[in-house]
Design a protein around this ligand. Structure first.
Ligand code: FAD
Length: 564
């Protein structure tokens, strides 16, 4: 077993949030660890994400005047998830998630703070909360990373103000819900960025790293401090087993085949299969294409396939962390619509011009509703978001910032009637996008009536705290409902995309990979989107993918250390 090119106690495959956490925690337990990364950039989808982690009973809740309990969180999760995930795994999450956040802060200086106002996605279910459980990374100064910062996967322009300036989730909420102080906040952020001249001379990227960039920067910096190696351009090809135990990985390093040995464990943290069309066709609802994903084109299901090859069980392969997406030319990825659908003065319609769901629904539910309506033959995958001049002026819409910051005149000329559609009347707009004219006219008339009364009798838009989280509090009586009356009228096409696939290797409460018969594959662990989700088919709150990715990365490392 020693004919390896390199040997470590723990080999972690993939440099997203879960992978880097596992490698760090292993190191702090006295084990040698390494992170192998296939691409030439570290950070994965985690680096372009909001960086949010959903952590019930986190340490910030009480100081912020909130409350939570293990029992409430367990009730909520069991209600959301149902019987599909063993309770031991859910309990392992609840137990280890807040412990992981504390450990990462105290041991490595990887800091999170909670977002008190961000509600759970089903706040009205038993045990659901109107805030406090989502956390976001604390700002990180990129200059600490030195040259290593250039190797970090860049954030999408869409999550940055004017494509350059970083803002936290708290700031984004103030900005996009036009809460008191939003103008001052924008000005402050613009000034801070523009006057950071020395730094701007070096790079167009903001020195202040937030969201997924802040998370990945902090993890990478900790790895540098603790001398945990990161090896880029080194993709796992397959697992090496010996008497049924995983003892290493075969990798391809810049075209060269190498064998990396793992004395105590391999942690697969190499993402889902968003960018593998063959797997999408095999497992996901149709139609489906790699072009609709909001994740960068880096994850091809390698970890899932490698595990499956040695007998691991798979689960939830037909599920994704869904989200509607829009296309912005010139960017590699699609842009997710987390914020804009909740704003007043828009409707989402199918090819018949009819609404099919609450526009402000949690993004995974919105994506699922698109497929459900499409299956009825209504032409909903893709569908359209329709809005008027007032909406365009005040609110962002995926491909552009509010018109008052980024007016149509500043957009590329060739976008008109390709990337977004614009017309003087609803009739003309419907004709341009080939949506049923009478259907759309009726829908708009209906919405205008709903806006006046403040009640959406069709889908109840604006009834929950999560609907209203991104809305316009100055709009009365319902901050999510506004009329569509002022020309020009706009349409943007939305795809049933995702921010990551969900299904993967079945793991137990200790992050160990299992076979179909429930037995443990010795030496093999998985976390993040390589593993089947602890959340099952649901999405309980903002940070339900990265929270578990980090928590079970932490658990895997501890279990390996205990067994070593
Ligand atoms: P990744 O972070 O993608 O990491 C996998 C890594 O493995 C990649 O670097 C990849 O290159 C590498 N890799 C792939 N194959 C191999 C191989 N064979 N060998 C070696 N390396 C390999 N989730 C949240 O919980 N909260 C949020 O706020 C949030 N916001 C989001 C915003 C956006 C715009 C997007 C797109 C996603 C968001 N998500 C969020 C989803 C979240 O980012 C992903 O679910 C999460 O990053 C998945 O983590 P992972 O470690 O499984 O994969």
């Amino acid at each position: 077993s020693d004919n390896f090119d390199q040997q470590f106690d723990v080999i972690v495959v993939g440099s997203g949030g879960g992978g880097m956490t596992a490698a760090l925690v292993a190191q702090s337990h006295g084990l040698s660890s390494v992170v192998l990364e296939k691409s030439d950039k570290y950070g994965g989808t985690s680096a372009v994400s909001g960086g949010g982690i959903w952590i019930p009973c986190n340490d910030d809740i009480a100081p912020n005047g909130g409350s939570d309990s293990y029992d409430e969180a367990l009730t909520y999760l069991k209600t959301c998830i149902g019987p599909e995930v063993p309770v031991e795994r859910i309990e392992a999450y609840l137990k280890h998630a807040p412990e992981m956040v504390r450990y990462m802060r105290n041991t490595f200086g990887v800091k999170y703070t909670n977002v008190p106002k961000y509600p759970d996605y089903y706040p009205n279910k038993t045990g659901g909360k109107d805030g406090q459980r989502s956390m976001e990374p604390v700002d990180f100064d990129a200059s600490l990373l030195g040259a290593e910062f250039d190797k970090q996967r860049e954030a999408f322009k869409g999550t940055l103000l004017m494509g350059r300036i970083a803002m936290t989730q708290r700031e984004a909420h103030v900005l996009f819900s036009r809460s008191p102080g939003w103008v001052m906040l924008t000005v402050k952020m613009l000034l801070k960025y523009w006057f950071d001249l020395g730094w701007r001379f070096k790079t167009h990227r903001d020195r202040r790293q937030v969201l997924g960039q802040g998370m990945v920067s902090a993890l990478r910096y900790a790895m540098m401090q603790k001398n945990v190696p990161l090896v880029l351009e080194t993709g796992m090809d397959s697992l090496i087993t010996e008497n049924g135990r995983v003892v290493g990985v075969n990798v391809i390093q810049k075209g060269r085949k190498l064998r990396y040995g793992a004395r105590h464990g391999v942690v697969l943290a190499c993402g889902g299969f968003e960018s593998n069309q063959k797997m999408r066709d095999q497992y996901l609802a149709k139609p489906t294409t790699i072009e609709w994903t909001a994740a960068p084109p880096i994850n091809h299901g390698d970890g899932i396939l490698a595990g499956q090859n040695i007998g691991a069980a798979l689960k939830h392969m037909d599920k994704v962390w869904g989200s509607p997406t829009v296309r912005k030319p010139g960017t590699e990825q699609q842009i997710t619509l987390f914020i804009e659908r909740g704003m007043p003065g828009c409707v989402a319609v199918n090819s018949k011009g009819k609404r099919f769901t609450n526009e402000a629904a949690p993004y995974p539910d919105f994506r699922d509703a698109m497929y459900a309506d499409d299956a009825k033959g209504n032409g909903t995958a893709p569908c359209w978001l329709i809005f008027d001049a007032t909406f365009r002026y005040k609110y962002p819409m995926g491909i552009f910032l509010p018109g008052q910051i980024e007016p149509d005149a500043s957009l590329p000329k060739n976008w008109l009637d390709k990337v977004y559609f614009k017309a003087g009347s609803i009739e003309e707009l419907a004709a341009k996008i080939k949506v049923d004219v009478n259907g759309l006219k009726q829908t708009v008339t209906d919405m205008n009536g709903f806006a006046e009364k403040g009640v959406d009798p069709q889908f109840g838009k604006g009834t929950t705290s999560i609907d209203r989280y991104y809305s316009d509090p100055s709009v009365k009586p319902n901050s999510c409902l506004g009329p569509i009356v002022k020309a020009p009228f706009y349409a943007v096409q939305m795809y049933p995309g995702e921010i990551g696939t969900k299904g993967g290797l079945v793991t137990d409460a200790q992050a160990r990979v299992l076979r179909e018969d429930g037995s443990v594959i010795a030496g093999l662990f998985a976390t993040g989107n390589t593993s089947a989700p602890v959340m099952g088919a649901t999405y309980p709150g903002a940070g339900s993918t990265l929270g578990p990715a980090m928590a079970f990365g932490y658990v895997a490392a501890k279990v390996i250390a205990e067994e070593a």
